[in-house]
Design a protein around this ligand. Sequence first.
Ligand code: ADP
Ligand code: ZN
Ligand code: MG
Length: 478
Amino acid sequence: MREAEYEPVIGLEVHAQLLTRSKIYCDCPATFGAEPNTQVCPVCLGLPGALPVLNREAVSMALLMGLATKCTISPVSVFARKNYFYPDCPKNYQISMYDRPLCANGYIDIETDGETRRIRIERIHLEDDAGKLIHGEGGVSLVDFNRCGVPLIEIVTEPDIHSPAEAYVFLTNLRRLVRYLGICDGNMEEGSIRCDVNVSIRPVGSGTLGTRTEIKNLNSFKAVEAGIGTELERQERVLRSGGRIHQVTNLWDASKKRLIMMRTKEEAHDYRYFSEPDLPPLVVDRSWIDGVRERLPELPGERERRFIDQYHLSAYDAGVLCAERGVADYYEGVVSDVGEPKAASNWVMREVLEELKNPGSSIGEFPVKPEALAVLIRLVMDGMVSGTAGREVFKEMLRSGEGAPTVVERLGLRQVSEGDELEAAIDRVLDENPKEVERYRTGTTKLFAFFVGQVMKETGGKANPRVVSEILKVKLGD
Ligand code: ADP
Ligand code: ZN
Ligand code: MG
């Protein structure tokens, strides 16, 4: 008999920091990177008697995410105190949501291996972030409370993910979505997106879930993938050797690529959840939802499909162009001016995206505007500039900020495709190579390429090869 095959079962809990100007329960700025403990007040420091006031924009942003993931929006949701002690949390509790979250029962569709997979979203709720501990030398730790009260949404998936790679794709999709919505910058290094994972395995075909473990401290999507992979292997080893899985929380050690057992898993009752007495239930009426719905942009997945249908791009190209909203906007800006969707896609994917790899460059401040690139593409498509020269023109446009026609004239890159100049060059080449002309006429037709090459040389590479061939054919008497 074959050994049992195991199937991985994975659920994610993702925290995303919302890009509101102020914090969720007070009016301190929510921006990242300020001097430690300069963006605090009695509310976010949890001083006695201070009362929270809910930031309406944080709710609107959570609603945007709820609508984008096709969740049901709860007309009334309830904030709840989640009690725990930790030095980064001066209130000794977090104001989260428990049994009545704002959004529930949605989904995100992802593509893996050319197949669409639906990952259901169990819930999306609002809560406040904690401060940050900075572990220094000599066993001294410092605490920065600036992050206390920065609004978070927590997105909890159903255990619908079945491989480390799928978790990675899901997270990439989710990050793209929050960025399209403009509700989170998706910057994992700065901690604006954080992800805890829950992992179990079960025999293939089994209808029940195995005991899961949790992994925390995953500071990149690659770490999520690696952490899950490591834990899956461990669980399989344990089960195959007749052991059992205990429900624990592990920390991922990215430098050593291994898991460290942190604690046995806490249960909901450990947190002594109760309804937050200082905030009324959150009532979201139809008009609020309608207002938020109007802010919904075309979602990245839909946009990708439209790019394939409307511009006849490959799935790959559509995926690359739609990875970032600004790039997709840029691309459509180019196409709306010049048409030529395939050429435009090549230019954006090769030249523009290449340039965007440079640190500090962004599509929002890209020096060559879509209209300017459209002009250049038109010149190339019309044969005024060769493809190679076009790329040189582009580099110069980036550097000098000039338009394509100016650069073409200044650098003398106009392709010679008509008129006396080109004919004269061709005549010179034929005059200088009488032997080759003779051999060509008596049957050595492979010399045609030689003539084209000579003309290109003669014109300093500025001739349009297609036009050269046509004229040559006539002159050589084909
Ligand atoms: P918690 O008590 O940790 O809040 P939840 O039931 O809310 O537990 O689930 C948290 C996450 O764990 C969800 O993403 C869920 O899909 C996932 N999860 C729950 N059970 C399992 C399991 N047996 N295997 C893998 N993931 C699971
Ligand atoms: Zn504050
Ligand atoms: Mg939970």
